[in-house]
Design a binder for this molecule. Structure first.
Ligand code: FMN
Length: 397
């Protein structure tokens, strides 16, 4: 994502400026060219030398350097992205009022590149009406804002917002600012992921090998493109995607109920979950000891979650199913596409090396309702997610 990108990181005079060292480090490690611009206040907290060492480039602090006349205008045009982290209350106020009294504010005022602000300040400063109005003004003008978050501040603990978002979170929001596309703005996307667990008794469950990786990557990728995303996930050890609203479920019945709540009004449904087709009929209410001898468990079919959404779908919504099979995956998927009235179905074969459950890669063929067949290149699940969303985007119009 970052290789070859040119990023300006603006640093202002807040305690959180120490975290910006890590942000610059992460960007340069990922292959970005980073120019750091510091306010005079920032240089009171971290020496420009630190950022020069981390970025491998001279740090810009003053408008009045002899060799750099007009560098503030050039940088804001050449850069792919400007991140200001931390953004103090003072900086937010200056930007909101179009001031250009130092290198950073002049650069942002003249910039054509997108700008992401990571405000960080005392909770009272953040809640103060002028700060609130200034930030609202900048959001209206198209600035991206990440945070501030609740959590400990340098001056003590508070559960009100003020703390700067962590560098990793800032990077995810930066990717969204770079990737967002008009086809996805204001769209609501529901993604399901992971296995379900059907109880045998209060301790034991029947489950499957789904890791949730494919669904989590799809949810993250849809959010990067600018959608509002709800991820309904069965039990998985995958970290929650940034920016995505996550709802946890356990059984197929819970998954069905969560989808029914989330689906009305949604523009896209991607059913990447692997809900159980069968569940034990009548779970025991106590753990059964081994001494009781052989256990025969009667299994009953669960309800088909995807089929059950037919009456809840908004007209024009793009509905995507998954068919994980063990052999003849595309033929079985084609039949499922018709039976469940889907726009797209993603077929993959659990027996193929590097595809299906538990691995980080996938090889899939996507069938569409018009008879099209799209063989996506073998790749990581994040790459495959992008390929699937490209096909969704075509149908979103
Ligand atoms: C120790 C200390 C910590 C500060 N931390 C913050 C902060 O986290 N956020 C903030 O908005 N201002 C903070 N300030 C106040 C700013 O440094 C001050 O408003 C300054 O004018 C900001 O200038 P700048 O935005 O040009 O960097 C702090 C000041 C001091 C002395």
């Amino acid at each position: 994502m970052w290789a070859g990108r040119h990023v300006v990181v603006g640093v202002t005079g807040g305690i959180a400026s120490y975290k910006s060292c890590h942000l610059v480090r992460r960007l340069t490690e990922a292959g970005a060219r980073v120019d750091v611009v510091m306010t005079r206040g920032a240089a009171e907290f971290v020496r420009p030398l630190t950022f020069e060492a981390l970025s491998g480039r001279p740090v810009l602090t003053s408008l009045w350097e002899p060799d750099r006349a007009l560098a503030h205008v050039r940088l804001g045009r050449e850069a792919d992205l400007i991140i200001v982290a931390p953004a103090t209350a003072h900086l937010v106020a200056r930007l909101a009022h179009g001031m250009a009294d130092d290198f950073l504010t002049a650069l942002v005022l003249a910039a054509t590149a997108p700008v992401l602000l990571a405000p960080a300040m005392n909770d009272e400063m953040y809640a103060a009406p002028p700060t609130e109005a200034n930030l609202a003004n900048l959001v209206r003008r198209g600035f991206g804002v990440v945070g501030p978050e609740r959590g400990p501040l340098a001056e003590g603990h508070t559960d009100r917002p003020g703390r700067m978002s962590e560098p990793e979170t800032i990077l995810h929001h930066a990717i969204r600012l770079l990737k967002r596309g008009s086809a996805w703005a204001g769209r609501r996307v529901v993604v399901t992921a992971g296995p379900t667990r059907e109880p045998l008794d209060p301790v034991r469950v029947v489950t499957n090998r789904s890791s949730g990786k494919m669904g989590h990557r799809l949810a993250q990728a849809a959010w990067y493109r600018g959608a509002e995303v709800t991820l309904i996930s069965g039990p998985t050890s995958e970290p929650e995607p940034i920016g995505v609203q996550v709802e946890r479920v356990e059984t197929t019945a819970e998954l069905k109920a969560a989808v029914a709540r989330a689906l009305p009004g949604a523009d896209v449904l991607v059913m990447a979950a692997a809900p159980a087709d069968y569940r034990p009929a009548g779970a025991l209410d106590r753990k059964r000891p081994r001494q009781d001898g052989p256990l025969n468990v009667a299994m009953e079919p669960t309800e088909d979650v995807l089929l059950g959404t037919k009456t809840l779908r908004k007209t024009g919504a793009v509905i995507v199913g998954f068919a994980l099979e063990t052999g003849e995956a595309t033929e079985k998927a084609a039949a499922k596409l018709v039976r469940k009235d889907l726009d797209l179905i993603v077929a993959n074969d659990a027996l193929e090396p590097g595809a299906g459950f538990e691995v980080d890669t996938n090889r899939v063929t996507v069938l569409d309702r018009d008879g099209g067949r799209h063989q996506l290149p073998f790749g990581t699940k994040a790459e495959v997610a992008e390929g699937i969303l490209d096909l969704v985007e075509v149908r979103l119009g």
